[in-house]
Ligand binder design. Structure first.
Ligand SMILES: *[C@@H]1O[C@H](CO)[C@@H](O)[C@H](O)[C@H]1NC(C)=O
Ligand SMILES: *[C@@H]1O[C@H](CO)[C@@H](O)[C@H](O)[C@H]1NC(C)=O
Ligand SMILES: *[C@@H]1O[C@H](CO)[C@@H](O)[C@H](O)[C@H]1NC(C)=O
Length: 234
């Protein structure tokens, strides 16, 4: 901040154009420091990072418990190194999901409706994109939230999309495919320092939301995979 103030002062002295000041603010980096009063690890909720055990319940329980702190300094859920198989789970307000650099969230291959609850189409679409009816909830989903950070030391979220892509090509989808991250009706979001791999469909979908920072994301999927758009604000 001191350096920024000095630079701004120097540029003002030289009568710099506002365009130059603009360039300075563009290079300003806001990293997701831990600013939460409470922190827990997914292992505290019975999570097992062996790539085989389902952690859907662990994530849902963890965030459900941590949501109690949203008006008491907020909370962070830490995901250590390992492969954490999971279905869809919902976020809460004043909350950080932090992935260790060797943590991989593995989206379950099961297409069970308990793992992927179906929600209504987006009001502005009126129908699902892949099928007329509902939509599978995104792997990481949030609605009506404020102050949410999804970040890590370049940890990975792997959508294991191949089965979904196959069903899409075969016209066998009953509902619209899930995204990796979807946040609706929310504000104050940061999604940063992550690798997103093989999403079933779009990767990051903030919709009807504002005040959003998406930064330092690596998105990887085969060129021919259907609709694996990167960041689709709606
Ligand atoms: C997540 O939130 C949506 C929308 O409120 C809800 O329909 C769904 O049941 C929630 N999922 C879980 C696992 O609580
Ligand atoms: C979320 O916000 C939208 C838009 O303000 C509102 O229509 C909806 O009822 C809210 N949902 C919940 C679960 O509060
Ligand atoms: C994060 O990991 C991805 C995949 O391994 C890699 O391509 C990317 O360069 C990494 N990003 C950073 C900032 O290290």
């Amino acid at each position: 901040m001191v350096l920024l103030v000095v630079m701004v002062a120097l540029l003002s002295l030289r009568g710099a154009e506002s365009r130059k000041l603009g360039q300075i603010s563009e290079s300003f980096e806001y990293s997701a420091i831990s600013c939460r009063a409470h922190t827990a690890s997914i292992t505290d909720f019975g999570g097992v990072g062996d790539g085989q055990t389902s952690n859907t319940k662990a994530f849902r329980d963890a965030i459900n418990q941590l949501s109690r702190y949203s008006s008491d300094g907020g909370s962070q859920l830490f995901v250590p190194a390992g492969k954490w198989l999971t279905g869809s789970f919902n976020l809460t307000s004043h909350f950080t999901l932090y992935l260790h650099k060797d943590a991989v969230l593995l989206a379950t291959q099961s297409q069970d409706l308990n793992e992927w609850p179906v929600i209504k189409p987006l009001p502005s679409y009126g129908r699902g994109r892949d099928a007329a009816g509902g939509r599978y909830t995104s792997l990481i989903f949030g609605t009506n939230l404020t102050d949410v950070i999804i970040t890590g030391d370049n940890g990975t979220i792997d959508g294991q999309g191949a089965l979904w892509w196959q069903k899409f090509h075969q016209g066998k989808l009953k509902y619209t495919r899930p995204y990796l991250i979807e946040i609706m009706y929310s504000s104050g979001l940061q999604i940063s320092s992550l690798t997103l791999l093989n999403s079933p469909s779009w990767n990051v979908h903030p919709v009807y939301s504002s005040d959003i920072l998406v930064q330092g994301i690596t998105i990887i999927a085969p060129v021919r995979s259907p609709n694996t758009d990167g960041i689709n604000p709606g």
